[in-house]
Design a protein around this ligand. Structure first.
Ligand code: PMV
Length: 329
């Protein structure tokens, strides 16, 4: 094996209190904090090798990425090279175990895996918080995938972003929740999160209200997670998700990520909860809906989703670990 090569596996994460809006677009500094659960097996496995070829090269799920695809990866690589005093180009090979760019947070697992693999391949010894700061600059939500279980991303105050990173709230075994991802469409989304956030900030009169409401949602979500209260977490997570989508919908032109089928799933989950099924929904910048539930409710949730006839397929997940180095110097 090349001495400057490492392979890392990292999990995606799903936000319970959402990040939508940047105070610094270059450094990916958020307007507010957020809270997520790291998810297994929504995994990206990435190998980074320094010193091969003439240019940085990224092969994602077997296809060579163009300049746009390389952009986020290069931000991470440049930060790692700078710290390691390295100039060599990198060859990156990355494999997602789930559909890319369909609101399933593949950029979070991808950039987290890349950060840890690149640091390891470059011979850097960095703390999880330092790695989180670097991953954040590739993709904001990736800074939460540096940790397992429940994770909070502090917005931070420093202009250089050094205090804006993930931190663990509770380990992977704190609360045995299940997440059923109802895949409505595995096609790439029309408007990516970076442009979506910029447009929302520029044109949506509701973004400030959403950001202000996150101030209440963070402590409420923390309390619900501490107490393992599904009913409380359902209340906070659903209102936070709908307020984020309200801010997106109020942009000009509107950002419509949820499709009619997504609303059918949302409606079914809310009705099921009224009938005693311990489940709630959330959704990000795409049409897919994620249903959180207790393990004993999972069979009924799966039945419910299948019965709707609008779900392309389901992916089931559970709390996942921090990134794992599979191979490295
Ligand atoms: O990290 P990005 O740029 O992919 O943005 C993620 C935004 C949401 O998924 C919608 C919310 C979140 O907190 O993950």
């Amino acid at each position: 094996m090349n001495s400057r090569q490492a392979t890392v596996r990292a999990c995606a994460n799903i936000a319970l209190v959402k990040y939508w809006g940047k105070r610094d677009a270059r450094l990916n500094l958020p307007l507010a904090g957020s809270i997520s659960l790291t998810l297994d097996p929504l995994i990206t496995t990435t190998t980074v090798c320094f010193g091969d070829g003439e240019h940085d090269r990224l092969v994602l799920d077997g296809a060579v990425a163009g300049p746009a695809g390389l952009d986020k990866a290069r931000r991470v690589l440049d930060l790692i090279r700078e710290r390691a005093g390295l100039r060599a180009p990198a060859r990156i090979e990355s494999q997602n175990a789930f559909p890319t760019a369909a609101g399933l947070a593949s950029s979070a697992s991808g950039l987290a895996a890349l950060t840890v693999a690149a640091a390891r391949a470059a011979g850097l010894e960095l703390s999880p918080a330092e790695l989180s700061v670097i991953a954040r600059q590739g993709s904001g939500s990736a800074c939460r995938s540096l940790f397992g279980g429940f994770v909070e991303w502090d917005a931070g105050r420093a202009a250089d972003g050094s205090d804006s990173h993930g931190r663990p709230l509770h380990p992977v075994d704190h609360w045995d929740l299940r997440v059923v991802v109802a895949v409505i469409s595995s096609r790439r989304k029309a408007v990516g999160s970076t442009r979506g956030m910029t447009d929302t900030r520029r044109t949506s009169p509701y973004l400030d209200a959403f950001v202000a409401s996150v101030g209440e949602d963070l402590p409420a979500a923390r309390r619900a997670i501490d107490a393992r209260s599904l009913a409380e977490l359902a209340r906070v997570a659903e209102r936070n998700c709908l307020r984020m989508h309200a801010a997106m919908l109020a942009a000009d032109p509107p950002l419509v990520y949820l499709q009619p089928q997504s609303w059918q799933v949302i409606d079914a989950v809310r009705r099921a909860r009224d009938e005693g099924i311990a489940a709630f929904f959330t959704a990000d910048a795409g049409p897919n809906v994620k249903v959180f539930c207790l393990p004993e409710a999972q069979p009924r949730v799966l039945q419910l989703l299948e019965g709707l006839g609008v779900v392309e397929r389901v992916i089931t997940a559970r709390p996942g670990p921090a990134p794992v180095v599979l191979e490295g110097p």
